[in-house]
Design a binder for this molecule. Structure first.
Ligand SMILES: Nc1nc2c(ncn2[C@@H]2O[C@H](COP(=O)(O)OP(=O)(O)OP(=O)(O)O)[C@@H](O)[C@H]2O)c(=O)[nH]1
Ligand SMILES: [Zn+2]
Length: 203
């Protein structure tokens, strides 16, 4: 069997429908020959890759959290740091990526730790701006847990600013969303910021 006869080529269930044909057109538009050997499987790969990169459109918050909310006493701050994210900017459809840090002060409900990463992925795997991911993650935690406060801080590198456009290789962008105690109480906010501060570039 040659790789061109690979049976996985016929399984298009894991691909964004229609993207295969569009990618052939895209390849032609940028001056490529979509029929040359090296590109033969590329439209399938692109359609499959974009299934993953945009999986967030096909999932809900309830899907990713499942049974992950638990009743619990205690009201000390919980911080989940350094959750890496990968997203695609909605302006250029180029990647941006970095780390998200999430904190909350519980109010009778806590969330399974892995669910914070799943929530970040849910909103990152779409066409996005970093500010919107940040507020969507904060709103999701607020909705699920009704905590005394929630904070989200994200640090991102945008390839549309590095590979093209202004072509700045060393710039990073931070965004934050503060709710409840993190907004009203400077000490709570400072405790969170001192735990997560430090630029992505500096690490
Ligand atoms: N606020 C925000 N802007 C973003 C994000 N990702 C990309 N951008 C910016 O979106 C803007 C789009 O600006 P336009 O002037 O419409 O597009 P453009 O001509 O390609 O802009 P340049 O990138 O400056 O060449 C640019 O300034 C990008 O840097 C993001 O997550 N948040
Ligand atoms: Zn962009």
């Amino acid at each position: 069997m040659t790789f061109l006869e690979d049976p996985t080529l016929k399984d298009d269930s894991q691909e964004v429908p229609g993207l295969n044909a569009l990618t052939r057109e895209w390849l032609s538009a940028v001056g490529e020959d979509p029929d040359r050997e090296g590109l033969a499987r590329t439209p399938h790969r692109v359609a499959k890759a974009w299934q993953h990169l945009t999986a967030g459109y096909r999932e809900t918050l309830a899907d990713v959290v499942g049974e992950g909310v638990f009743a619990a006493e205690g009201s000390e701050m919980v911080i989940v740091k350094d959750i890496e994210f990968y997203s695609m900017c909605e302006h250029h459809m180029l990647p941006f990526y970095g780390r998200a840090h999430i904190a909350y002060v519980p109010n009778r409900k806590i969330l399974g730790l892995s669910k914070f990463a799943r929530i970040v992925d849910l909103y990152s795997r779409r066409l996005q701006v970093q500010e919107r991911i940040t507020t969507q993650v904060a709103d999701a935690v607020q909705e699920l847990l009704e905590p005394k406060g929630v904070a989200v801080f994200m640090e991102g590198v945008h390839l549309c600013m590095a590979m093209r456009g202004v072509q700045k290789q060393n710039s990073s962008t931070t965004t934050s969303a503060m709710r409840g105690l993190f907004r009203s109480d400077a000490r709570t906010r400072a405790e969170f910021m001192s735990a997560v501060q430090g630029t992505l570039r500096g690490r």
